[in-house]
Design a protein around this ligand. Sequence first.
Ligand code: FAD
Length: 494
Amino acid sequence: MSARNKKPSICVLGGGTAGLGAAYLAARAGAATEVFERRTIPGGLSLTRHTGDGFYHDLGGHRYYSPSRYLAPFLAGLLGDELIWTPRKSRFYLGGRFFDYPVQFTDVARKLPVTKSAKMLYDYVAEKFRSGNRREASFENWVVHRFGRALYEFNFENYTRKVWGMEPSVLSADWAALRIKGLSLGKVVKEFFARKADIATLVDRFLYPRHGIGQISHFLQKAAEERGSRVHLGSEVVKVRHDGKRVTSVTARDTKGRTTTKKPEYVTSSIDLDLLVRALDPPPPPAVLAAVSELTYRALVILFIRINQPQVTRDSWIYFPDESIPFSRWHEPKNWSPAMVPDADRSSLVVEFFADEGDAFWNAPAEELLELTLKHGRRLGLLTGAETGKVDKVLTPRAYPVWKVGYRKSLQVILDYLERLTNLSLIGRNGRFYYCTIDESLISGFTAVANFLEGKRTGPEPLPIEIPDNALGYLGLSSADLVEADGERWSRND
Ligand SMILES: Cc1cc2nc3c(=O)[nH]c(=O)nc-3n(C[C@H](O)[C@H](O)[C@H](O)COP(=O)(O)OP(=O)(O)OC[C@H]3O[C@@H](n4cnc5c(N)ncnc54)[C@H](O)[C@@H]3O)c2cc1C
């Protein structure tokens, strides 16, 4: 289908990666576009914070990875020399030892007593041969059925409990299916008897913007504005009027309390699904509002620590699934890009505490979180002698949509209701209540707008993992870029 000559007006709710990706494509196509973003900086969950004294950090390290073959060349074109390759080396600490991350059966087998690793292998093989009808509604069942109970208890149970603040038996199997790759029985057995780690698979690399992941959003915003889009930062969407069939207007309020109302032909929303539904005027039926109150989110408390020494460790990330350690993960931004620190003599750490809004971590003073980090970091030999500078506590509400067993039913009620608004499409992570990554968020924004330009709307079907054909031309991509994607330059992108 060919694009219409007169380009429609489009309103984009939310200025994270999905929203700015949508605005970028719309602007390139010549459509009049307005973006409303509540925060005063763009990027949403993948923004990069500038501390004002020369440090940069993400809200928890964000690496770019994607099965898409067009997106890496697209980002290279957008960011130019600001996109760099970063070495990846991660570990996790559990039960008094460090292991390679992602978990390697051979590494575990080498480091654990032989009886324990043999039990893991036995449970794993036994599960492979178990038959019968098995329920797989929960995360716990899903993982145990694929990996065996011993490996589940070793590698998945503690960390999952820490991340979600709930028992893995009440977390939906959907999350496991989305995020955990399978192991092959043949490979495990071969590795077990070889008992030798394949180092090549442990040291990898990934693409990362020189000054933090938030640069992607900054570049998208700048390019969209240069082509006539308007990006309103510090503008919260407070009302979405509709006539039961279409969204008729969008009202946003700025930081000074002034409101603006737009009447676009199309609306694409990446703001949290429950906030969108609550902003609808007239409001939806009580059953939809009840379904919305079932959607919950997990938050993150970040402690940013300046370090007065050149480096803490060489790791990209260290994971701490051990329940005796209060934080879950940390990363050292300088190991991702040297430009993340003011000078070569200093470094920094971004320590992640999973939390619920209003809980003990959420309310703890930064000094208390620092004390906890130093106590455990020193005990593990990671922060011995490290001289720390000023610390900042950064609250990240709604970092993770929580997929509890049964969440799909509530979500479906909401999606069914929104389907009737034919000029509205949902994009991004909290916008679709879907646990998506940066690439999927971007592609969802591109897809929604490319479809609008053809007079179509994108429904609630699963997100595409590749930029669709009808979006490529607007993005200035062609099969020539794919040739490059197949070649040496992008071949090691995982
Ligand atoms: C700790 C952590 C680590 C991660 N690591 C990775 C990684 O390594 N690689 C990866 O690919 N992905 C990673 N992700 C996922 C990635 O952050 C998301 O996929 C991506 O940022 C989602 O972008 P989005 O635009 O869909 O949503 P968001 O970034 O949530 O954007 C939505 C925007 O809407 C705005 N908004 C909300 N309400 C309103 C309102 N009423 N009015 C106006 N604006 C509003 C918000 O302020 C926000 O800016 C990670 C996520 C977290 C939390």
